[in-house]
Write a protein that binds this ligand. Structure first.
Ligand SMILES: Nc1ncnc2c1ncn2[C@@H]1O[C@H](COP(=O)(O)OP(=O)(O)OP(=O)(O)O)[C@@H](O)[C@H]1O
Ligand SMILES: [Mg+2]
Length: 581
């Protein structure tokens, strides 16, 4: 089924479409009128040897031909213009939709497939649509009218056209049947190629370090080969179409001349009429040919249209409430009430019955082994995911009752993997607060301990940042990401293992500066390092998605077995003894 919903993006082009239809009719009328005049010139010119008649009709024919030519230019211009405009609008619509997606939908489609859908699939539709504009309006009219005209000229020979059309349609139907199912597979393979390419390019360093170039090359080659083979198969069939069509057309011409000559010999037909018949029959059969080509092209476009419609029709699971609550800013207090959470499509929850309160003016830290669910807890606060059971409250309001913009405006989030955008350092720091003053930018960089390396750079804050921040070290990227969160003036700071790439000295300096900067605000820190959170007001120990301990460093050392194990493995014995006593 073709998802016609996509066609609504054609609505801004109603007027150009109408104008184009007019041009198409001009073009078709010109094509249909010419053979008649030719017949007249030949028939009358030969009989009368009258050059004036020839000149008279010749001039009219020339004018019609020029008019038809101009109309063709108009049709091609407009169809390209509408096609590209439509594609632009559609790409915009898809992109806007994708931006509204939550992580749930992202995982469902995969980034690679979303890219193919925004680019190649749109292009497929654009191509077919442009062709459709040119052919679909014109072919049926020309087909019917040319057949009628041919019939009028020589009724006894129309069966030749009939045979040609039936042969043509049978061959095309056969190709259609073989080729159509391949289109879905073609787009899927394109997704796969995209995925493999992205993965290989992204992991180039690892691939080189592990000497896996050959292995990855084979992986790429296999996908590439699959795609190429299928493309060749489809291409071959399509290419076969043209010579076969030409063959049929030529046989038809021979038959017409053959039988026409007999009729002329018998005195039933004039030479001019036979030639005009020849032209009309060519026009009619070509028109039917075009109609059948459209029938092949449509499934291809409809595969793409469905893939696009799938994206456009996907409703994001994370939605703003109908009546959002305007929560006054109260320092970003966070409260989890019996939160249980399972990732979509996962059967087992990764968080079980989590309850805690993080108060403004305090630092609340989360520690636990890898995969215990620390990042997941943080991700629930800006509503990257919604809880399965229970409630997450920020400033005493359930996050699902707030507008996402409002909620996220009060959060300064630093992800586990620092992510920068291409541009300058300044642009990156002011990303969440474009109106930040120079002093604010400077202050944020200073607190994040980023000043020391920014100062070393030749262009300071105007130094350029490469794509994904690849021209900075891991620790530098983390510090810039922290500065970006600080410059936003948030109420609530979420640091997901954001100090992991910092040396202990910088880590300590940063936390001291942060404490000053974030007075009266809520700080949540996830970490694996006891040293980072020893002085936190509250430490929550997570193990396998459950809270197994809560308190200060000293309290936990004596009450929580798991915390003691982590601390013992990280802190020098004399420090532990000192803390315990
Ligand atoms: N997008 C996801 N879909 C399904 N499962 C996920 C997803 N992200 C994480 N998980 C699972 O959830 C569990 C908790 O992951 P989480 O990222 O919260 O751990 P973490 O405590 O932050 O670990 P680390 O210290 O290594 O960052 C893991 O077992 C992981 O496999
Ligand atoms: Mg994590």
């Amino acid at each position: 089924m073709i998802r016609t919903k996509i066609l609504k993006y054609l609505s801004p082009y109603i007027w150009p479409l109408l104008l184009m239809t007019v041009f198409i009719y001009c073009q078709a009328s010109a094509n249909l009128a010419l053979p008649d005049f030719m017949a007249k010139i030949i028939n009358e010119g030969i009989i009368d040897k009258n050059t004036e008649t020839i000149f008279h009709y010749g001039l009219i024919m020339m004018l019609i031909a020029v008019g038809g030519g101009l109309a063709t230019v108009g049709v091609n211009y407009l169809s390209s213009k509408i096609g590209t405009g439509f594609a632009k609008d559609l790409r915009n619509a898809i992109f806007t939709k994708i931006e509204s997606f939550s992580l749930v939908e992202f995982n469902k489609f995969s980034t690679a497939s979303l890219i193919t859908r925004t680019t190649n699939d749109v292009q497929q539709i654009q191509m077919v649509l442009t062709m459709l504009f040119r052919l679909a309006f014109m072919a049926p009219i020309v087909g019917v009218l040319a057949t009628l005209k041919a019939y009028r000229l020589a009724p006894s020979m129309t069966w030749i056209m009939g045979v040609a059309v039936i042969t043509l349609i049978s061959i095309i139907a056969l190709i259609f049947k073989i080729v159509t199912p391949k289109f879905t597979r073609l787009q899927k393979l394109l997704d796969k190629l995209n995925l493999v390419t992205r993965e290989i390019l992204g992991g180039l360093r690892v691939i080189k370090a592990f000497n896996k170039e050959k292995h990855e090359e084979e992986k790429f080659n296999k996908t590439n080969k699959d795609l190429t083979q299928l493309n060749i198969f489809v291409g071959r069939l399509m290419m076969l179409l043209q010579p076969v069509m030409m063959l049929i057309l030529n046989f038809m011409m021979i038959a017409i001349v053959w039988f026409g000559a007999h009729q002329i010999g018998l005195g039933n037909l004039q030479v001019g009429n036979m030639l005009a018949f020849l032209q009309y029959s060519m026009q009619a059969v070509s028109a039917f040919l075009m109609i059948s080509i459209i029938f092949i092209a449509i499934p291809r476009a409809s595969v793409s249209a469905n893939r696009i419609a799938e994206v456009l029709e996907t409703d994001t699971q994370i939605k703003d409430p109908l009546q959002p609550v305007k929560a006054p800013r109260k320092g970003g207090k966070v409260e989890f009430k019996n939160v249980t959470f399972a990732y979509p499509e996962a059967t087992e929850p990764v968080l079980h019955n989590i309850s805690f309160i993080a108060l403004p003016g305090q630092t609340t830290a989360f520690i636990g082994s890898t995969g215990s669910g620390k990042s997941t807890i943080l991700n629930l606060i800006p509503r990257f995911y919604d809880v399965t059971e229970g409630q997450v409250l920020v400033d005493d309001v359930d996050v699902r009752d707030m507008k996402q913009r409002d909620l996220r405006a009060r959060i300064g989030y630093v992800s586990q993997k620092a992510m920068l955008f291409s541009g300058t350092i300044k642009e990156n720091i002011t990303y969440g607060n474009p109106n930040a003053t120079e002093a604010k930018i400077f202050g944020a960089a200073a607190t994040a301990q980023a000043l020391e390396f920014i100062k070393e750079l030749e262009q300071k804050f105007d130094s350029s940042v490469a794509q994904a921040g690849s021209n900075f070290s891991g620790g530098q990227k983390q510090r810039l990401a922290i500065a970006r969160a600080l410059a936003k003036n948030p109420e609530l700071y979420l640091f997901d293992d954001s100090f992991s790439a910092l040396d202990f000295k910088t880590d300590a300096a940063l936390r001291r500066a942060l404490k000053k900067e974030a007075k009266g605000k809520t700080i949540l820190i996830v970490t694996q390092r006891v040293g980072t959170i020893m002085d936190a007001d509250k430490i929550i120990v997570i193990d396998a998605g459950k809270i197994v301990g809560e308190g200060t460093h000293k309290e936990l050392l004596s009450t929580c077995e798991i915390y003691r194990e982590i601390a013992t493995s990280q802190l020098p014995p004399e420090k532990l003894v000192e803390d315990l006593t």
